[in-house]
Ligand binder design. Structure first.
Ligand code: NAP
Length: 256
């Protein structure tokens, strides 16, 4: 049994529409399920159509509404089309969660141009593309929530992750700037910096490194995807209306 508390945030997002990138697995899937259970219609976005279907089916099985939009988040034209399609289907977009991300870890002398570009493009350019595509409609209707998933690596740095850390630090700068540009239009923009969360991304570290991580984290465990999803839910809620330009770290005390 999990030693984390049972989920307890109660938020009603009925009537709202959310887009979640990287919804095919891991943290993004947990976010999509959480927003769906809170009543939002959820557009589930990633490249793997089969996995997206699983996410959407779980949302509908729990009584929610979801649709899948297979899309490469680095493709500018595809992102523009995606916004047109979601707006056509559900008329408006209230919440955008920029969660899709990858790692291509290696020390800087060995890092290829491709490893640098892939990570920056997937993790940072995508956030720019989704923000630009969604923001004008949000400003016009004087409502919106943009929540970007950064990382503690963007704050602390992490050996072997120059590309990833740079992309995640870039998200923090983008979040702060855009929040200032649009705060008067009642659109909030925030970032969450997870520490080590148990997903396929951290599975790839292997058991030895995971044990080392657990020793380093004051809470002595990895986080759960649902613990990130709960924070997204709060920031997306009416209670988050006066929170903008903030960077919320959720890391079991790693950066304390
Ligand atoms: P994950 O299990 O590897 O999932 C990554 C997601 O991103 C998948 O749904 C993947 O879907 C999607 N994605 C990747 N490239 C994409 C592309 N080009 N177009 C569309 N979707 C794409 O990772 P995770 O652990 O859940 O991480 C989610 C986010 O949290 C990432 O931004 C990550 O950097 C951040 N984060 C994670 C941790 C952690 O400890 N796990 C810590 C800090 C921050 P497809 O492959 O189906 O496209």
């Amino acid at each position: 049994m999990s030693d984390t508390p049972s989920r307890r945030i109660q938020v009603d997002l009925s009537g709202q529409t959310a887009m979640v990138t990287g919804a095919s697995r891991g943290i993004g899937k947990a976010i999509a399920l959480t927003l769906g259970k809170a009543g939002a219609k959820v557009a589930c976005i990633a490249r793997n159509e089969e996995k997206l279907k699983e996410t959407a089916e779980e949302i509908t099985a729990a009584g929610g509404t979801a649709a899948i939009y297979p899309c490469d988040v680095t493709d500018s034209a595809a992102v523009e089309k995606l916004f047109e399609a979601v707006t056509e289907q559900w008329e408006k977009i209230d919440i955008i969660v920029n969660n899709a991300g990858i790692t291509r870890d290696t020390l800087i002398p060995r890092m290829s141009d491709e490893e640098w570009d892939d990570v920056i493009t997937t993790n940072l350019r995508s956030v720019f593309l989704f923000t630009r595509a969604g923001i004008q409609a949000m400003m016009r209707k004087r409502y919106g929530r943009i929540i970007n998933i950064s990382s503690v690596s963007g704050i602390m740095g992490n050996p072997g992750q120059a590309n990833y850390s740079a992309s995640k630090a870039g998200i923090i700068g983008l979040t702060r700037t855009v929040s200032r540009e649009i705060a008067s239009r009642k659109v909030t923009v925030n970032a969450i910096c997870p520490g080590f969360i148990a997903t396929e991304m951290t599975d790839a570290l292997g058991p030895v490194v995971q044990d080392e991580v657990k020793k380093r984290v004051p809470a002595k465990r990895l986080g759960e995807s649902e613990e990130i999803a709960d924070a997204v839910l709060y920031l997306a809620s009416e209670s988050g209306a006066y929170i903008t330009g903030q960077i919320l770290t959720i890391d079991g005390g790693l950066t304390a």
